[in-house]
Design a protein around this ligand. Sequence first.
Ligand code: HEM
Length: 210
Amino acid sequence: MKKIYLHPLPIRIWHWINAISFIVLIITGLQIRYRELMGLMKFREAVDIHNFFGFVLIFNFFIWLVYYIVTGKIKIYIPPLNLKKFVVGGLRQARYYGYGILMGEQNPHHSTPDNKFNPMQQMAYLAIMMLLIPLQLGSGLLLWDAKRFADWINLAGGIKIVDTVHVFLFLFFTAFIFVHVYLATLGHTAMAHIKAMFTGYEELEEEHSH
Ligand code: HEM
């Protein structure tokens, strides 16, 4: 086994605060929407916890953003200009998850600090970090104080639109977490990638570590 340092400390901190906050926000969001059905806590408590973790997530997002911009490493999120290579790489990766892995094939992508994501990850993470999370945080902020942000809400098309965006993204993120956690268990052991997100070091089997 060879170890490579893949996840720098600020990203590990960001990631786990992000994961915990998302889970708390999903549970309290469900409680807010389906008060009778859930019955986990009082409505007011759910709103207060939801607001608190909403602000944690906004603050946390800036840890991610500042780290990647200041270090210039944001480029690991940007797909290559060569579109054909990107599409072929994406299809190869999807074939691996749907078929190759069941046949004992090796993962076609070998992560390095400068080329950490396979094309599927690159596409998903780019959309999530640069579009969907900002939209989720923005719509949440407007709903947090609809009076104060009345002008912004009107600009976005009214409170129903803002609320629909917020709820649709909730559906997306809830589904994403299941897929993301499943894919995270597909390392050389079920916990290998998850452990790496804590320690920073990913273990690679010697013959495909180059
Ligand atoms: C709830 C449990 C979660 C687990 C066990 C988990 C696990 C992991 C693991 C093992 C990695 C490293 C491998 C990789 O780069 O794909 C990772 C990276 C990542 N995860 Fe998660 N994750 C969780 C929640 C989330 C959530 C809720 C989000 C966003 C909504 C998220 C977004 C990301 C992103 C953007 C990366 C790449 C980070 C970077 O290296 O810049 N994760 N996750």
